[in-house]
Design a binder for this molecule. Structure first.
Ligand code: C5P
Length: 224
């Protein structure tokens, strides 16, 4: 059994994948299931934390005891996470956020026209929510993100940690049946100016607990 070492903490987790609408019926999306983010929420609840789960398009059941805020787009996710982060001890961005969105959202369903090629879809950048949270964090607040890498996991992870300016980066090894939609993950938890913890392939619940251990260490809590 886990001790209630996160009691009194407010922890915010984003999960799932954003959808960027093209028209009233279509979107640009990704394959994130939300499993890792939901595992983080459940693990934090089991250790006594107050949890806000900002969930983008996940089909998973609400974790009992969490405040669940459902969002669709990256802009909605940014607004909900930023609001919840105001009094949070830590924020973990586990959601797969679209880097780009369609420049315009058609009011009506885009129709195919006989004998004519489709219009190209113009895209614009979405803001980097994680980098924004890291730049705006209060003293003592811990901000963590995820990254998926297929090669040079450590070097690429360290570079991304520095670029995002966050405290922790969980680098997933993807490919070979790992990560998206699966029950298992293998990862390295990188800490800014600190150690790196390899978490061998195993249940997302186990990785979730290792991530909260690292967050708690940064918060100055009891050593895990
Ligand atoms: O840059 P990359 O997409 O690899 O970074 C992944 C991390 O950044 C994840 O934690 C994800 O939630 C976050 N992210 C974000 N806003 C974006 C893109 C990614 O917060 N627009």
């Amino acid at each position: 059994a886990w001790r209630a070492d996160l009691a009194g903490r407010h922890l915010v987790v984003s999960a799932g994948g954003t959808r960027e609408p093209l028209d009233p019926v279509r979107f640009l999306g990704n394959h994130s299931s939300g499993k890792q983010g939901y595992a983080l929420a459940r693990a934090a609840l089991a250790r006594g934390a107050r949890v806000t789960l900002v969930s983008a398009n996940s089909a998973l059941p609400d974790p009992a005891g969490a405040e669940v805020i459902r969002v669709g787009t990256a802009a909605e996710l940014a607004a909900a996470v930023t609001k919840a982060a105001a009094d949070a001890d830590a924020v973990v961005m586990a959601a797969a956020v679209a880097d780009f969105r369609p420049a315009a959202r058609a009011q009506n369903k885009i129709k195919k026209v006989e004998g004519r090629d489709p219009e190209p879809i113009a895209l614009v950048r979405n803001p980097d929510i994680l980098a924004g949270l890291a730049a705006a964090r209060r003293p003592g607040q811990v901000v963590a993100g995820f990254a998926a890498e297929t090669e040079d996991v450590l070097a690429n992870g360290r570079a991304k940690l520095a670029r995002k300016g966050c405290d922790l980066l969980v680098v997933n090894r993807v490919g070979e049946g790992l990560a998206f939609g699966t029950e298992e993950n293998e990862a390295v938890i990188l800490e800014a100016g600190g150690p790196q913890t390899h978490v061998p392939r195993g249940p997302k619940e186990v990785l979730a607990h290792r991530i909260w251990d690292a967050v708690l260490r940064r918060l100055g809590g009891a050593p895990a």
